[in-house]
Each structure stands twice: as structure tokens, then as C-alpha cells.
Design a binder for this molecule. Structure first.
Ligand code: HEM
Length: 87
């Protein structure tokens, strides 16, 4: 594995873990506002909206940091794009 692919794989793995709690919080705050499934008891709607709004930017950034290199590595594996030479 060349150095770039190694760094990309580390990026995919490191960004996957913070994504997990972030996506769960995003869903939770969404369901709190929605009032479905009894989640509205966890927090009031206004605070849920504040948190939900705060989570958008980090979520979008992390999804991109996680999925763009993951897709790039997958495309190399599938042979859609050429493997780079060892550096
Ligand atoms: C919010 C959505 C997502 C979450 C919470 C998430 C979370 C994770 C976690 C926790 C891992 C394990 C990291 C490790 O092995 O240390 C992982 C690995 C991986 N994720 Fe995601 N992921 C998400 C979305 C995606 C998307 C959209 C893609 C691709 C388009 C993707 C592709 C991958 C791949 C290919 C791996 C395996 C990397 C390896 O070879 O070890 N993930 N993800």
C-alpha cells in the first residue's frame, strides 16, 4: 500500500468514530423536535433545535472527510481508477 492510500485509510477509520455519536445525536435531536417515539421527554424542543442546528456543519464536514477517501479507495480496489505506484 502506498503512502497516500495509507493516510486515506487512516482518515476513513479515524473519522468513522466521531461520526457515530454525531449521527446519533443528530437523529435524536431531530426526533425530539418531531415529538415521535416519546423522545420529546428527553429535552425541550427549543434546545433540541439549537443542538440540531449546531450539528449540521460538523456532520457534513465529517461525512465528506469519511466518505470521499472511502469511495476513492473502493474505486481503486474495483479497478475503476488506477493504483498509484509505491512512493
Ligand atoms: C454517518 C454515517 C457513517 C458512520 C457513522 C460511519 C462509521 C464508520 C466506522 C465507525 C467505521 C470503522 C472505522 C474503523 O475501522 O476504525 C467505518 C468504516 C468504514 N466506512 Fe463508514 N461511516 C459512515 C458512512 C460511510 C459512508 C457514506 C461510506 C462510503 C461512502 C463509508 C465507508 C466506510 C468504509 C469503506 C469503511 C472501512 C474502512 C476500512 O477499510 O477499515 N462510511 N465507518
Amino acid at each position: 500500500m502506498n503512502k497516500l492510500n495509507f493516510i486515506l485509510l487512516k482518515t476513513v477509520r479515524c473519522s468513522g468514530w466521531p461520526l457515530l455519536p454525531l449521527i446519533l445525536l443528530f437523529l435524536l435531536t431531530g426526533y425530539i423536535m418531531d415529538g415521535r417515539y416519546g423522545f420529546s421527554r428527553v429535552m425541550d424542543e427549543k434546545s433540541a433545535l439549537t443542538f440540531h442546528r449546531m450539528l449540521h456543519v460538523p456532520l457534513i464536514v465529517l461525512v465528506l472527510v469519511h466518505s470521499v477517501p472511502a469511495v476513492y479507495l473502493a474505486m481503486q480496489r474495483w479497478g475503476w481508477i488506477k493504483h498509484r505506484e509505491e512512493l
